[in-house]
Design a protein around this ligand. Structure first.
Ligand code: FAD
Length: 535
């Protein structure tokens, strides 16, 4: 970090960076970096603002875990910014309808002339920001600058020949990959922040902003003590923790403990001899669908909250190479190539959200499936949520998400497909439950994953290709370790039985019998999807 030239006295005008839930970091943050450069060039102070908006969290089914993670990260950010003499103020605002007016009042109180923020692509958030711009124009006091930061490639940059957004991943990826080497470099790191003058601490208006606290809770989103402890252990907050997780993913061998509330930063990951071949990322292409081992990065909470930027992940990955002068070819089916392609899914679903916003408004992308008839059995829905369906891999997945706030991608697909196709329950109820439970809940990726599983979305699994959860279980968890860990009733069951325990054994162990017979349920789903509207 470079200190700015000494500013003798702090001018009474400010540049404000408005931090959002998806950019909880100070490094490689475009809006913050631009705000900093502007403030420095004008010789005026930079202030940071975060608005807690519980009504928005309710509207988006945000989990208490995600809100707690936000607050924990904000505490780190406030501390880091204070070292640069930049105050960060966290305010609470309950009425989402009047939030733009509140922002204007705060900016007026700070005599702010410039507002910078990264764009959020959800419809409500876009509307809110448009209103902020309108108010700013009407008053003529503040200039607003909203910039793209979340995706590697800005939504709308890659389009089909018909000038539409891509709705199929493979051609999207083919169009997306060449952009990684564009000039200006889309992976370029945003410049470092520059300090405010220390004189800001004596300023009549700005000085006391350093004294404000980040709240420990948001009303209505408090975590139970046990849950809070598990979240803190599994998902430590702060950029340093995120960077260390990324480093370990790229440079160390698999961890010994894969499940539960293991501290990801203290369980003895070891440096491999052959960096590329033996590292965790190096094995990703072959191992990523295994849920009984440590096969994926677990960076999703940090990426969803922007504690680490996707750019930084790809930059660090692309720089891994046997030969220092050669950049990694991300189109290849190697561990590294495949991981970059997985990050492209994140871009893909965010582009879909930005270009086809109706997907986030409860609509299926494929409209004809809006009329599929759903079952409304509350008990079945609750059994799925609790991990008591009688299908071990589904129950292990649901118990994992209930405990850790995170699930492996393969188990997300299996549990989602089971709810929609076996129980025939509306995918939107599953989407909502995931958002309420996940620590990495992200509207675009969650909606994309659910609409994929429900065969209603962009590039979905065809409706007649229904996962057999027992076959999936044997492939994803061949050792059965994953099921035994999360379903204690089955902790002493080995071999094939752990995937589908015989009725007598299940009853003896106090494990539920399956809610439905898979083959019958499969036929029902195919029938209903083939003729939407039929029961
Ligand atoms: P890795 O395998 O290490 O992948 C690295 C990163 O790439 C991830 O952290 C994530 O940012 C991105 N990524 C990987 N796969 C996908 C994907 N299929 N779609 C979008 N991005 C992807 N991901 C979320 O971040 N938030 C969600 O709310 C979410 N909900 C999902 C719901 C369903 C029904 C399904 C099937 C998938 C969902 N995903 C979601 C995508 C994916 O399951 C998670 O990103 C992944 O499991 C996170 O683990 P990881 O960080 O170890 O991933």
């Amino acid at each position: 970090m470079r200190h700015c030239e000494v500013v003798e006295a702090v001018r009474g005008e400010a540049v404000v960076y408005w931090m959002r839930m998806e950019d909880l970091r100070i490094h490689d943050n475009r809006a913050l970096s631009l705000a900093s450069a502007y403030a420095n060039a004008e010789g005026v102070p930079l202030l940071a603002l975060f608005v807690l908006s519980p009504q928005d969290y309710i509207a988006h089914d945000r989990s208490a875990r995600r809100i707690d993670f936000t607050l924990r990260n904000l505490a780190h950010i406030k501390e880091s910014l204070a070292k640069l003499q930049i105050p960060m103020v966290v305010i609470s605002h309950c009425h989402r309808g009047t939030l733009p007016e509140r922002i204007m009042t705060v900016l007026d109180g700070w005599n702010a002339k410039q507002l910078f923020a990264n764009i959020e692509y959800e419809v409500d958030e876009l509307r809110r920001d448009v209103r902020v711009c309108e108010l700013a124009c009407q008053r003529g006091t503040v200039k607003c600058t909203f910039v793209h930061d979340k995706c590697i490639i800005v939504p709308g940059t890659v389009k089909t020949k018909e000038d539409r957004g891509y709705s199929v991943y493979s051609p999207f990826l083919r169009a997306w990959l060449p952009h990684l080497t564009d000039q200006p470099d889309p992976l370029a790191c945003a410049p470092d922040l520059q300090s405010n003058s220390p004189a800001i601490r004596q300023h009549g208006v700005y000085g006391h902003l350093f004294d404000t606290d980040v709240p420990e809770h948001v009303e209505g989103f408090e975590l139970a003590k046990d849950d809070a402890e598990i979240m803190r252990t599994c998902w430590p907050a702060g950029e340093v923790a995120a960077e260390e997780m990324l480093r370990r993913w790229l440079h160390t061998k698999a961890r010994s403990s894969q499940f539960g509330a293991a501290d990801p930063l203290s369980d003895g990951a070891t440096e491999p001899k052959n960096q590329l071949k033996d590292s965790r990322v190096g094995k990703y292409n072959d191992a990523r669908d295994r849920v009984d081992a440590d096969t994926t990065s677990r960076l999703s909470p940090y990426l969803a909250a922007g504690v680490v930027s996707a750019r930084q992940c790809i930059r660090a990955t692309m720089n891994l190479s046997v030969n220092k002068n050669t950049r990694v070819d991300a189109s290849r089916e190697t561990g590294i190539g495949r991981w970059v392609q997985e990050l492209a899914w994140r871009d893909f679903y965010t582009h879909v959200l930005a270009l086809f916003p109706r997907v986030s408004m409860g609509r299926p992308f494929i409209e004809k499936f809006a009329n599929v008839s759903w079952e409304t059995n509350e008990d079945d829905l609750q059994a799925w949520k609790d991990g008591r369906t009688g299908v071990p891999i589904v129950d292990a997945g649901m118990r994992q998400v209930n405990k850790m706030g995170w699930m492996h991608n393969r188990v997300r697909m299996i549990t989602a497909m089971y709810l929609v196709k076996d129980l025939m329950i509306d995918w939107r109820l599953g989407e909502k439950y995931f958002m309420e439970t996940l620590i990495d809940g992200d509207l675009a990726s969650n909606n994309g994953g659910w609409q994929w599983s429900a065969s209603t979305g962009v590039d979905p699994v065809p409706y007649f290709r229904i996962f057999n959860p027992y076959t999936q279980s044997k492939k994803a968890d061949p050792t059965g370790d994953y099921i035994r860990y999360f379903v204690p009733e089955l902790s002493k069951v080995f071999g094939e039985d752990v995937h589908n325990p015989p009725a007598k054994l299940a009853q003896k162990l106090g494990y539920p019998l399956p809610l439905v017979q898979h083959q019958e349920a499969r036929q029902r789903a195919i029938r209903r999807y083939k003729n939407p509207g039929d029961v």
